[in-house]
Ligand binder design. Structure first.
Ligand code: ITT
Length: 206
């Protein structure tokens, strides 16, 4: 039996990896991680936009592995904070901070702006590259509201304080299938599949 076509996901974030496996494997695409190919090098993310950072990661890692590479650069954009944490979502509370440290910092900043609107959106930029060349870039977003009390235990990152109004639940209260229907990442993956670029690169589903 021929193995399913595969790509390498350029991430060290276990939450992202889990979501991409659930999103892509049912479509016949195996998702390997950098560790599976023995890649320990870090590619610097010094772009000014989600899209630039996704491209840097996809292009950089695709020079190191013999398979197509998909990179996700994502984060939370809060209107009342001028778009922060934005592209600095992972590093917002310092290099060794935990998800709860980042949430505490976010709620602390918003707490200093009483009455400010709580509108926010998650953004996910995806870049696909092979052998050091970009192939395609897409983006997905999902709007919500930041709440003061963390709710739910699923997901990762800022999920417990991101209320998705259409379901009245935070992303951390959604089960995996629900998050993978509505999230910024799911929307970006659907945009990627709509282009046929992935199928052209890795071949038809097994
Ligand atoms: P890689 O660069 O290795 O992929 P990272 O976590 O550093 O991992 P990013 O630079 O793209 O990735 O930062 C994304 C951050 O945005 C992530 O660490 C979370 O804090 C937040 N984030 C992104 N998607 C999220 C989601 O679905 N739910 C909650 N938080 C999310």
């Amino acid at each position: 039996m021929t193995p399913a076509p595969a790509l390498v996901l350029a991430t060290r974030n276990a939450g992202k990896l889990r979501e991409f496996q659930a999103l892509l494997e049912p479509l016949g695409c195996r998702v390997l991680c950098l560790g599976d190919l023995g890649v320990t090098r870090e590619i610097e993310e010094d772009g000014k936009t989600f899209a630039e950072n996704a491209r840097l990661k996809a292009v950089g890692y695709s020079r190191l592995v013999p398979l197509p590479v998909l990179a996700d650069d994502s984060g939370l954009v809060v209107d009342a904070l001028g778009g922060r944490p934005g592209i600095r979502s992972a590093r917002y509370a310092g290099p060794d901070a935990s998800d709860s440290d980042r949430i505490r910092k976010l709620l602390g900043e918003l707490g200093q702006l009483p009455g400010a609107p709580r509108a926010a959106r998650f953004v996910c930029a995806l870049a696909l590259a092979r052998a050091g060349s970009p192939v395609i870039e897409v983006e997905g977003a999902c709007s919500g509201v930041i709440i003061d009390e963390a709710r739910g235990t699923r997901g990762f990152g800022y999920d417990p304080v991101f209320l998705f109004p259409a379901l009245g639940k935070t992303f951390a209260e959604l089960d995996e299938a629900e998050k993978n229907r509505y999230s910024h990442r799911a929307r970006a993956v659907r945009a990627l599949f709509a282009t046929d670029a992935l199928a052209a690169l890795i071949g038809p589903p097994a």
